[in-house]
Ligand binder design. Structure first.
Ligand code: FAD
Length: 295
């Protein structure tokens, strides 16, 4: 089923993101995570597509098994930068064959470690081209989500221009948007309002990444350009060398953040699970989107 139908039937929805294990690790390890996450009764699970990584092949396989073996709707991420149109055609055909009908359509990051990479010579430059091609080849057979960046995408100097490009993605056939991580809800609410003012009327689902350890979050912030409110910065400074307390504070912070989002009528919450089901379960129970022992 296309995920947008789920949002139409019942909101707010809980969705969870997982990533494929590196090739050095057995594929099966991710299914222990899926088994635990299933208890939270998520509306769907999304599976990331590794940037330039050899584990890309695993995305389709994991998504297909999440759906067939665990009975959970699955969304496969797909990035287009670096792919030829022919590659994308083949991947879409495989997704279709495997019964996956939801795609998170992304551009992907421009590789920094490939000096010979020539952006201008790529067959795909932006996510809207991928979205356009999926719709042209498959009509409404696939549900399509796309990424939104509440603080602006790092490559785009003005948020206004980024939202203009976002509108173009939606106009090319996006059903709903999932945001990049953010830690200050005011940034999300402001962004959501600006999207609406620009005529973006589809659901905008906040993406939440709990701060579970100080090093990980500094890396993420560096990569995606999210800002850190003073309150959270204080927590990270205070507990930097105390991992157990850091994790507890991070779980509390994310729970509070989500509670406030739910009070403000978001259609759902997308949790970046980082393949950490125990911590994610604590958050989900805290916010009351699942009850312990119910499933
Ligand atoms: P786009 O929407 O194409 O935007 C990229 C940049 O181009 C922006 O600055 C935009 O303003 C600009 N732009 C867009 N259209 C135009 C135009 N016509 N002219 C000029 N400029 C334009 N990455 C992965 O590798 N794998 C994943 O699985 C993955 N999952 C993600 C999930 C979510 C929810 C999010 C938020 C991000 C995810 N990413 C993933 C990261 C994403 O690939 C990067 O943020 C990437 O740099 C941008 O992707 P995009 O789809 O937002 O690109």
């Amino acid at each position: 089923m296309r995920i947008i139908e789920l949002y139409r039937q019942k909101a707010p929805l809980l969705s969870l993101e997982i990533f494929p294990p590196r090739m050095a690790y057995p594929l099966e390890s991710v299914f222990d995570t899926v088994q635990e996450l299933k208890r939270l009764n998520p509306a769907y699970i999304s599976v990331t597509y590794g940037a330039g990584g050899s584990n890309r092949e695993r995305t389709v396989e994991i998504a297909a098994r999440v759906k067939k073996e665990y009975g959970i709707e699955a969304q496969a991420h797909l990035t287009c930068i670096g792919h030829r149109q022919e590659d994308i055609k083949n991947i879409l055909a495989r997704l279709n064959r495997e019964g996956i009908c939801n795609i998170m359509a992304l551009r992907g990051d421009i590789p920094e470690d490939e000096p010979e990479f020539d952006f201008r010579r790529q067959e795909y430059h932006y996510a809207f081209e991928l979205i356009r091609d999926i719709r042209a080849a498959y009509g409404d057979s696939f549900g399509i989500a796309a990424a939104a960046h509440p603080e602006g995408h790092p490559e785009c100097p003005r948020l206004k221009d980024d939202i203009f490009h976002l509108k173009n993605k939606v106009d090319n056939g996006v059903d709903f948007l999932i945001t990049q991580l953010f830690f200050d809800n005011r940034i999300f609410f402001d962004f959501w309002e600006r999207c609406q003012a620009m005529g973006i009327n589809c659901p905008v689902i906040p993406g939440i990444m709990p701060v579970l350890n100080a090093g990980q979050i500094k890396r993420m912030i560096y990569l995606c350009g999210a800002s850190m409110p003073a309150g959270l910065l204080k927590l990270v400074d205070k507990y930097e060398k105390e991992p157990v307390d850091m994790e507890k504070a991070g779980i509390d912070y994310a729970s509070q953040q989500i509670k406030e989002l739910l009070e403000n009528a978001v259609a759902g919450v997308h949790l970046y699970s980082m393949n950490k089901p125990r911590q994610i379960s604590e958050i989900v129970y805290n916010i009351g989107l699942a009850s312990p022992g119910k499933y």
